[in-house]
Each structure stands twice: as structure tokens, then as C-alpha cells.
Design a protein around this ligand. Sequence first.
Ligand SMILES: Cc1cc2nc3c(=O)[nH]c(=O)nc-3n(C[C@H](O)[C@H](O)[C@H](O)COP(=O)(O)O)c2cc1C
Ligand SMILES: CCCCC(=O)C(=O)O
Length: 359
Amino acid sequence: MTGVLTALHDRAREVLDPVFYDYVAGGAGGERALADNERAFDRLALLPRVLRGSAVRDTAVRLPGAPATAPVLVAPTAFHRLAHPDGELATARAAAAAGVVLVTGLAATTAVAEVVRAARAVDPDAAVWFQLYLQPDPEVTECLVRRAERAGCTALVVTADSPVFGRRERDLRNGFTDLPPGYAAENMRDLPGGPPGGTRPIAMSPELSWDDLARLRAMTALPVLLKGVLHPADARLAVAGGVDGVVVSNHGGRQFDAVPAAVDALPAVVEAVAGRVPVLLDGGVRRGADVAIALALGATAVGVGRPVLWGLAAEGERGVRRVLDTLLDEYDHALALCGARGNADLTGDLVVRRGAGVR
Ligand SMILES: Cc1cc2nc3c(=O)[nH]c(=O)nc-3n(C[C@H](O)[C@H](O)[C@H](O)COP(=O)(O)O)c2cc1C
Ligand SMILES: CCCCC(=O)C(=O)O
């Protein structure tokens, strides 16, 4: 991680309840996928071009539901109020100020309408996307979609990598299974079949299918992105199913530790999608150069999960802002050092395997 991010992480570790720290930091099983997400970036290197740079670099990208935005997004993560009392509101303000898309989650501890309002108070054009787990009861899913639409979200992100919840050994050891008393997944309040005024649990279902995605697609005019795609065949099915974007992700190594690193799965998905929709990536992005590597391999933008929570825990809104500004600033610097005038100059030939020589 960059110096700033490392300092924020260290501070977060000091101030957080160790059980919540472990929930954020940890991953599934032996944490192989978690570790590999960062290591895979370490195994890659950039081969700069010389004498073709520009004093001003064009870093803006176009994404569904987010015209002209930075190539870094806040990935959806649960329970921000456990990291800081200002919770998702702080994250929303920082993302809006940094010009970054916030993907607010179904498992947020602040209702989506409030999150969007906080972002728009900073920037009336701020883009907030809503991440959801398709609920086995389609009526519940529909209610969540309408809520996100009414709140003013500009895209939906469907997380598909969680047919069951991952086995996270730190959480099992610590007995962390749910939010502590006084906190709730506010988006799950007042839903069909749930207690009036209370919340329903978020369900994960191994029985969800491409038909459920098709039902969602038909339910809304919002752009839909599918998150948690690793197999290129699934990327093809997603595009055929009418998605507006694919997010290559192994859920930060939190679901299945047998899977490859996100960035190692990226090139095959990019090839399968063949430019028909944007491909995003998250997992292990810790430096601006990681952003550059992902874009050179064909990603349109990348998401950042844990570092945002470290910033939030350490310094609230200011900490999140520091994380995002640092990554964006480093990314721009990496472009300069690559001889790139903008994202478009980051081509696949610039990425080489560290230690493997250059051909
Ligand atoms: C504490 C925590 C909670 C998360 N909650 C969700 C969630 O509710 N929905 C989801 O799709 N992904 C969730 N994720 C996964 C992130 O969206 C993202 O895939 C992952 O964090 C990226 O890896 P990184 O942390 O290495 O940047 C969560 C990740 C963390 C660390
Ligand atoms: C029901 C909460 C899901 C949170 C999540 O996806 C994660 O911890 O990775």
C-alpha cells in the first residue's frame, strides 16, 4: 500500500474494535485469494513509453450512470457506521468531493436515500450506484430496486458471487455473525414479509439463476452491472443478458479462497466481453500504479474496498477523501511516468510479468 494508505490502515487498526477490524481485513478460508489479490499486482510491471507525454492527463472515464468520472470507484462495503459514527454519510461526501462514484451497499447502515442526499449536497451531479443481492423473494427485490430508483441512484450493481456466505475463519473465531445491537441494515427496513418498522435479514441464495437476472433487467430502466464475475463464459452470458457492465471481482477474497486474484482473471473477461460493455475490476488495488495496470489490461475503472474503510475508521470523511485523492493523484503520476496522455494510452503491451523479461 502507499504510505498514506498504510498510515490510515495502522490508525484504523488502533481505533477499531478488533472483532470489526478482523471482519474488514479478513477473507475466506486460508485467505489465499485475499493475499493473492495484492500479490498479483506485485507480479505485474509497467513498461513505460518515452517522449510522448502531456502536462495535462485525461483521466476521465464514461460509465453507465456516471458521465465523466474518475477511473476509481468506492466498492460496496457493509456497515460503515461500525467504522465511524458518520458512517456512509461521510463516505458519500468524500466520494462526491473526490469526483468518484460511490457504490452504496444493500448492507449499508444508512438508508440509500440519505446516502444519495449527502453526496448530492456536495455535488448535485454526484453518481451513487446501489449494490444489491437479489433476494429469493422477487417482491422484496423489486421493493429494493424502487427504493434505489426513488433515492436517485443512477445504476444497480448485482453481486453474484455469494450463493452462500463465505467461511471467514476470523469471524467464526471471533463470533462475529451480525451487526451489534443499535445498528441495522437500513435498506432492509419495512419490506414485504418483514416486521413492520423492523428489518428483514439479507438472504443469500444458491438457487438464483440467470432468469432472476433477466427478471431484474426487465424490472428497471437503470443500468445494471454484474459484480463477481471471474469466468469468461459468465461474462458472455451477462452481456447476452443485457447487463451494462461487468465487475471482475472475487469479493476481496471474502467468499472463496480457491479462486484466482481478480487482476489475473481480468484479461480473459476483457477478451470475452470484447468492448460491448465496460469491464470493471476490484480487489487488491492499493496504489495508483495498480489502477494503471488494470486499465492497461482493459478495465474501464477499478473499485476500492478496504482502504476506504481504513480511511473512514481513522479520520471519517477526511480519511476517505485522503484515500481517494491519494490513489487518483498517484494514478495521474503513473500516467505521466508511462508517457501516457490519458487512460487511452494505457495499452496491453505496457503490462509485463515482473521477473519474466520483456519480449
Ligand atoms: C468489510 C467489507 C464488506 C463488504 N461488503 C460487501 C457487500 O455488502 N456487497 C458486495 O458486493 N461486496 C462487498 N464487499 C466486497 C467489495 O465490494 C470488494 O469486492 C472488495 O472489498 C474489493 O477488494 P479490496 O478490499 O481488496 O479493495 C465487502 C468488502 C469488505 C472488505
Ligand atoms: C450481508 C452482508 C454482506 C457483507 C459482505 O458482502 C461482506 O462482508 O463481504
